[in-house]
Design a protein around this ligand. Sequence first.
Ligand code: F3S
Length: 642
Amino acid sequence: MNLTEKLISSHLISGNMIAGKEIAIKIDQTLTQDSTGTMAYLQFEAMGIPRVKTERSVAYIDHNTLQTGFENADDHKYIQTVAKKHGIYFSKPGNGICHQVHLERFGKPGKTLLGSDSHTPTGGGIGMLAIGAGGLDVAVAMGGGAYFLAMPKVCRVNLTGSLQPWVTAKDVILEVLRILSVKGGVGKVMEYSGKGVKSLSVPQRATITNMGAELGATTSVFPSDEVTKTFLEAQNRGEDWIELSADADATYDEEITIDLSQIVPLVACPHSPDNIKKVKEIQGLAVDQVAIGSCTNSSYTDMMTVAALLKDKTVDPNVSLVIAPGSKQVMNMLAANGALSDIISAGARILECGCGPCIGMGQSPATNAVSLRTINRNFEGRSGTKSAQVYIVSPETAVASALSGKLTDPHTLGEAPLVSMPAHFMVNDNLIIPPAPEGETVNVVRGPNIQPFPKNTKVPKDVDGGALIKVTDNITTDHIMPSNAKLLPYRSNVPYLADYCLTPCDPKFPARAKAAGGGFIIAGQNYGQGSSREHAALAPLQLGIKAVLAKSFARIHMANLINNGILPLVFVNEWDYDSIRLGDEFSIKYAADQIKSAVNGQDVIVTHLRTGAEIPTRLNISERQRDILLAGGLLNYTKASN
Ligand code: F3S
């Protein structure tokens, strides 16, 4: 077996490891960050399970650490107390970015990690099967439920040779992105192997697995070897190490070979991480801002390299250099050994250990500015400035450019500094709060921004209701649940958000739905296209929506409706859509029986009470989805199966 197959087979709960087929795996560890975490914990609470059933679950605060109103602080308080009650470790704001801290303090080779953040695959750098998922999936995993996914193909990335001076792990993953593009990893695990692996440290490996997310990959993974062992020992966690690698005769679905010694410093140009050029090709571009940090390049060795390059120099007068070390451990070590002083002396601005500029939480560039960043994605507007031109580079290229004021190949700096891994990291977990041994007496603090999460119930005998809204084709999740800067702080407040549900289509819909006590949505083709936004199912649930009758559904939104116990019914005859008027009443008689027969391909009959017509609809569901619908959603289903 290859390493991916070994990791999956040792966690397999159901399904066969055939590429594309649904499998279920056991999850050992979970992580959340604050922007997705509030909803994940509200969902976990809704399951009524007193303690998490994972080996380790950690709640990080790293995204919304700027507190300009009470909402973020409310969210932090809620997450801290809910974590304490339910057996979850809490990483306080300032302790660092979830993926960096998790690698340092919690990640274990051979374990599965599910995180409500797309860069969770960073854990693959230490030999974990680490996957990013939605908050509900993470909530279910914390409750002991399996994680369902399509069995990925495995792409071997065979590394040969070793990196030349001034060439970094960032350049390696940019090279992979150049070859494969941002779609090249979809449905795959990128499994790194070959003689070149040994030459890469754990932080370098983690830079590469982190940005596997930019390839669209399910995850990326490195073997766990002597290098991994040394890293864990330096973190006082030698006992967490196990050796892991592919069998010598392992087979793969695909394979590419990368000769590390041939890679040169690279840059991802605006506005996509796969828009790759050699730094030398566009060298000389005037630079306004340089930001070093993010979960991709904020490790101790990254920061020590930056400090060594800045020592006794001054940042160009036209450049704003901002640096966010990835964790308190890193910051602490830089402060203790004097490197922080070298960074400050050179004129860099030090930011809190967190995501910061990566998501535009502060340090948005000036209008039309050129910003060089060591982050992982440079989509238009992500920096907070739509007209900014964001280039992705290694920390070495970033510093060379900050000093010269122009995009600069680091070779111009002369001899590369020698930075080695420390024999011992400074371990001080005083910003990690363990859960209470007994949770019953812990009071969960809910500020006004933390509102109860809508709960569905078992499917009733008959599902009755009126047509509360009739929408046309191609309604997006943005129509169903708008997400703008004004609404973003209310992710933990579904009742508030529900007042905006489908308002771009009909501003009166929320009030009408509330007055009727719920009912049906009537829709055209491709309802729910656009994104996996869970709130696009939660807000209708809050308004009492029981079923959506549509000509067709976007696949992911349909799954989200099922997960929330809302029936996604497809008209067998599209003309039935035309016969429906706003306010018409419907009844789905013996709903549970009809849902059960739907698995065998039988139509679900919706009785149109005004015309008396029996409208045939299809419910395209698996047996597992049938059980989820009957239970009234995935949370109830998970609760019942515990
Ligand atoms: Fe944070 Fe940016 Fe990583 S938002 S988790 S540093 S991708």
